[in-house]
Design a protein around this ligand. Structure first.
Ligand SMILES: NC(=O)c1ccc[n+]([C@@H]2O[C@H](COP(=O)([O-])OP(=O)(O)OC[C@H]3O[C@@H](n4cnc5c(N)ncnc54)[C@H](O)[C@@H]3O)[C@@H](O)[C@H]2O)c1
Length: 406
């Protein structure tokens, strides 16, 4: 039996994927509301295909509980935030979950951490816990790290199609896990050691963060020269060995905006490029705010209450607002005691910010300057409605003549 611990964006789809591939699965979450909602027949968040997978998994007998159960394999998918002062991973919730697993795990159980960790975290934080509780690591219970790299908006497709990393210091157990995951994973599954798996996950996201920071820096250089950064990048990317990502209003979410910090926290005197990149990305919302002020000056707009931010989520076509650049921008505005800007997002139905709209037409009516912070399909399909507005397009999706670029 598999016990999946933590039923959020990662744990829930993973539990459902295992259940629909024929495994006996119980999903556990410490939040009783999460368990109650899942038991009542409702998936917890929007994700293409999730409701269908959920229904299929229920038919296969998946269960949800606020307790941990005796299982052969435990999959831990609890949050791993970073400590804002040290930039180090905060593995407290992983350690707590594993402590609770040890209270019920049988001899020989395998504990797979899917949560993102910094390189060496299992050695430094989890192995000592096992020893303290009287378990010999990789003898009484086995430890593995199978970092998840799926992207919101395409989670279920990527769960099946992505290549996977299994890190385990006991190769036979790594191979056993490879067989287990291959029940639903069609990608290549690489078995390596635990610390290499930890490092690879963080390095992948750091690579993207640094590349995005480079694009953001290019956007500022091109702004200085009044050039089109998107055209520069498009032409450069025609070179066979160049692949620059796109600039944007900031980096959010739970991976690219967080994981690189683990390298900065653990290797402060070495990870210099990473630190500079994060600084550039972190200052992107501030750059957008400056752009808004500049455009207002050029256009002769004085009324900030008629400036609206389109999009509150951290990326397009999802409802996840964690580390969202729009929220960061609104917070900057608040700290400067400036008048709050209007905001709207079709995916965010609950009231999250002060001057939030819940209808696109009402939002557009209320604003003279519209800032496209997120390229939701809704706004791409409604470009005609932006005619006559002043637009700051942070994603190069608007080809109207009245659109300003970053
Ligand atoms: N969300 C993503 O896109 C994504 C992608 C790749 C990797 N990750 C990583 O996956 C991990 C989980 O992220 P998430 O987005 O699924 O988090 P989440 O906040 O959506 O869900 C985590 C769940 O774990 C539960 N939980 C916390 N402590 C628990 C405990 N001790 N026992 C049982 N349940 C517990 C919470 O109640 C919550 O429901 C993180 O390390 C994250 O960095 C996330």
């Amino acid at each position: 039996m598999i016990n999946v611990i933590g039923l959020g964006y990662i744990g829930l789809p993973t539990a459902l994927a295992f259940a629909t591939s024929g495994q006996d699965v119980v999903g556990s979450d410490c939040n009783p509301e999460v368990v109650a909602q899942l038991r009542s027949g409702k998936a917890r968040f929007n994700e293409p295909g999730l409701n269908e997978l959920y229904a299929a998994a229920l038919e296969q007998g998946v269960r949800f509980s606020d307790h941990y159960e005796r299982a052969d394999v435990y999959i831990v998918a609890v949050p791993t935030p970073y400590d804002k002062f040290t930039n180090k991973v905060d593995a407290t919730q992983v350690v707590k979950a594993i402590d609770a697993i040890l209270a019920v795990a049988p001899q020989g159980a395998i504990i797979v951490v899917e949560s993102t960790l910094s390189p060496g975290a299992i050695r430094k934080s989890v192995r000592p816990l096992l020893l303290q509780r009287g378990f010999k690591p990789d003898e009484d219970v086995y430890l593995a790290h199978a970092p998840e790299r799926i992207i919101p908006g395409a989670m279920l497709r990527e769960l099946r199609k992505n290549n996977r990393i299994i890190g385990c210091d006991v190769p036979e157990i790594g191979e056993k896990l490879k067989t287990l995951y291959s029940a639903f994973c069609e990608g290549e599954i690489v078995v390596t050691d635990v610390q290499t798996a930890e490092m690879c996950k963080v390095v992948e996201n750091t690579f993207r963060a640094v590349n995005i920071a480079f694009a953001n820096e290019l956007a500022r250089i091109c702004r200085y020269e009044d050039m089109n950064v998107y055209e520069v990048i498009r032409i450069c990317n025609m070179h066979p060995r160049v692949n620059i990502l796109q600039p944007g209003p900031g980096v959010g979410g739970h991976c690219i905006s967080v994981d690189p910090r683990f390298l900065i926290g653990d290797y402060p005197s070495i990870a210099k490029v990473v630190a500079a990149a994060m600084e550039t990305n972190d200052s992107a919302p501030d750059f957008v705010l400056e752009r808004i002020r500049e455009i207002m000056r050029v256009e002769g707009l004085v009324d900030t209450s008629r400036v609206g931010l389109y999009g509150l989520t951290y990326k397009e076509n999802v409802d996840d607002v964690r580390e969202s650049p729009t929220l960061q921008l609104l917070e900057l505005q608040r700290r400067r005691l400036a008048q709050p800007l209007n905001a709207y997002d079709p995916y965010v139905t609950r009231d999250l910010v002060e001057r939030q709209f819940h209808d696109l037409d009402a939002f557009l009516d209320a604003n003279d300057l519209v800032v496209i912070m997120v390229k939701h399909q809704e706004i791409i399909d409604a470009m005609d409605k932006l005619k006559g507005k002043i637009i700051l397009d942070c994603h190069n999706v608007c080809n109207l003549p009245n659109a300003y670029r970053l």
